[in-house]
Design a protein around this ligand. Structure first.
Ligand code: SF4
Length: 388
């Protein structure tokens, strides 16, 4: 049962469902550039500081046609969808493409865009994945310096420290507004469906940040935070799903089956908004600090940090949100997730925490099968003895 302002949600949905359409209208309105970035690691503040619109590439709902011959079936749905969007001209609206690497499959999609649109500026940056070695920070700062040069070359705009500071402040404010919604949902004071929360985060990845923050302020202002928490539902944490949003129908089926999603570490979710860029530092160094800090706040299996790991983070998150179980959403053929999942499962099993793995695909959604599995999972949690 949504408590979110319907008119505002409709505006967010329009942008989230059609990022290219939003970007085209924004370019028309402002006369400025729109730059597509690959998900997970690229600091979008750097693009915003040039006056461009940063748009994080999304999986399209369209079935893959042209892209079939460009990337093999064993690439993840996101990579294949991006290849297909490149082949069918859906990415033509973007003036350039940038990526900060985290995965070999993503590399394939970058190469397809380069092959389809050889004249489109396309910068691929390799960020170090070992996060706490002595040489890590200088290397990340070096990558940021190269990114800065590339972004300046592509947009024809010098990124000044003042402009970057302003962009950092705007994105920090936007993340803080989204985290406020997360905290309200976690506390049970406001009911926000998982598909609605995803819509909020997804739209923030594609919209002008100031416009998005104004819409979030409207949403927050219209909330009835005194509404009672629903009863009888099982509190669940959603985990996983990198790079792109799981289908909203999956999230709806989960919540129609007796589960109440109270927290997540999805990329199109808390992972994306977990960490602000430190605003007291020299702004270019601050982007490097953000890259490193984020892995402490929401550890990613594609990065290596000795101090933290995803399983410990997940256990802490479950305690914080008082979740009784975990539903792991895994995109089919997502190697980083597949390789790390046994560690997560082991940690959850050792503590007797119920968990359910759901594999998602670009094509096909066996809704009734999924419903049965989630209902069984929820019922299992309801019947388990209360842990002290
Ligand atoms: S991390 Fe997973 S979802 Fe993202 S590009 Fe790699 S395989 Fe695909």
């Amino acid at each position: 049962m949504s408590e979110l302002h319907p008119g505002t949600m409709a505006v967010l949905r329009t942008a989230a469902d059609d990022p290219g359409g939003y970007a085209a209208a924004w370019k028309e309105r402002t006369g400025r550039l729109a730059v597509a970035s690959f998900p997970m690691n690229f600091p979008v503040e750097l693009l915003h500081a040039t006056g461009s619109l940063p748009v994080i590439l999304q999986e399209s709902r369209t079935p893959i046609t042209e892209g079939r011959s460009l990337l093999a079936e064993f690439y993840c749905g996101f990579s294949r969808s991006v290849a297909d969007q490149a082949a069918t001209g859906e990415l033509d609206v973007y003036d350039a493409v940038v990526a900060a690497d985290h995965c070999v499959q993503l590399l394939g999609a970058v190469d397809v865009i380069r092959w389809i649109s050889p004249d489109k500026p396309n910068h691929f940056s390799q960020f170090i994945s070992s996060m706490d070695d002595a040489w890590t920070r200088p290397r990340v700062e070096d990558r940021i310096a190269v990114l800065r040069e590339e972004v300046e070359r592509v947009t024809g705009t010098v990124v000044t420290a003042a402009a970057l500071r302003r962009s950092i402040r705007l994105y920090n404010e936007n993340r803080a507004l989204q985290r406020e919604l997360y905290a309200l949902r976690r506390s049970g004071r406001v009911r926000i469906a998982a598909s609605e929360m995803q819509l909020i985060v997804k739209s923030s990845m594609v919209m002008d940040v100031e416009e998005h923050s104004a819409l979030l302020a409207t949403l927050l202002g219209a909330l009835d935070s005194a509404a009672p928490a629903p009863e009888g539902l099982v509190r669940i944490h959603l985990s996983g799903h990198f790079c792109h949003a799981p289908r909203p129908e999956i999230l709806d089926v989960i919540e129609e089956s007796g589960a109440l999603v109270v927290d997540d570490d999805l990329y199109t979710g808390y992972r994306y908004i977990s960490t602000d860029v430190p605003d007291g530092e020299e702004p270019f160094a601050a982007l490097a600090a953000w890259y490193l800090d984020r892995n402490l706040n929401a550890p990613c299996p594609t990065r290596v940090t000795a101090q933290v790991d995803w399983d410990r983070y997940l256990l802490d998150a479950l305690a914080r949100s008082e979740s009784l179980g975990v539903i792991v959403l895994m995109a089919k053929f997502c190697e980083p997730h597949m390789l790390y999942y046994p560690e997560l499962r082991k940690a959850l099993d050792e503590r007797g925490i119920a968990h359910l793995l759901i594999e998602t695909e670009h094509e096909g959604l066996p809704v009734e099968n999924l419903r049965t599995r989630v209902e069984t999972f929820v019922e299992r949690i309801r019947r388990q003895p209360v842990r002290s």
